[in-house]
Design a protein around this ligand. Structure first.
Ligand SMILES: Cc1cc2nc3c(=O)[nH]c(=O)nc-3n(C[C@H](O)[C@H](O)[C@H](O)COP(=O)(O)O)c2cc1C
Length: 185
């Protein structure tokens, strides 16, 4: 069975990632979740633990249980690594080679296909540095998903809204199953 690692960042849309994890688990995938500190301000790790059936990784320096070096083993065993929602912060960290927490460190180790599903306020999304970083990721072969236009949680209307969770789930599954439509070189 395929292993999927889901990185969850601190955006309001992270409650939608719960549905993604739930669906992937129901569809028979092994799902491991890594949450940033900010993500835990929005959703408790317990929710992801119940949905994934696995311990949620939240800290670089947790006592080691069944992984030897968690970040390396999680990354090595992953068939797909998806970050949903991907904040402007994690996007900036990945493109700058920063590894200062469990998520940014693990994604740096991963050699599997990496899916980035951005979600943020329209002005943040349109910020030239964020756009430049998204382009960099795309050029390096990351699967950078679009956002949708709509009414955002902050009240603004425009780009930056997370794609529907069903669309992201299907995308992750297609990449995991090597559906050629989504394969990058
Ligand atoms: C209510 C609230 C909503 C937020 N939503 C987003 C968001 O949708 N996208 C984003 O990039 N940052 C958002 N932020 C800011 C991030 O939480 C902040 O940049 C944080 O440092 C991200 O950390 P992380 O990338 O490690 O999760 C939000 C902050 C607050 C307080």
């Amino acid at each position: 069975m395929k292993n999927i690692v889901i990185g969850v960042c601190g955006g309001i849309a992270c409650y939608k990632t719960v549905e993604i994890v739930n669906q992937l688990k129901k569809d028979g995938y092994t799902v491991n979740v890594i949450m940033t500190k900010a993500a835990q301000e929005f959703v408790k790790p317990l929710t992801f633990q119940v949905m994934s059936g696995n311990t949620v990784v939240t800290d670089m320096f947790d006592p080691i249980d069944h992984w030897d070096t968690k970040h390396i083993d999680l990354a090595k065993n992953a068939d797909v690594f998806a970050i949903v929602p991907a904040t402007a912060n994690i996007i900036g960290k990945i493109t700058s080679g920063i590894a200062d927490d469990m998520l940014s460190t693990t994604v740096m180790v991963a050699k599997c296909p990496i899916v980035i599903a951005p979600a943020m306020n329209t002005a943040m999304y349109e910020n030239p540095f964020v756009q430049e970083n998204l382009k960099k990721l795309n050029d390096k072969g990351y699967h950078v998903l679009e956002t949708q236009e709509g009414l955002l949680a902050c009240g603004d209307e425009g780009k930056g809204k997370l794609l529907p969770w069903e669309t992201i789930t299907q995308y992750i599954k297609d990449v995991a199953e090597k559906n050629s439509k989504y394969l990058k070189s």
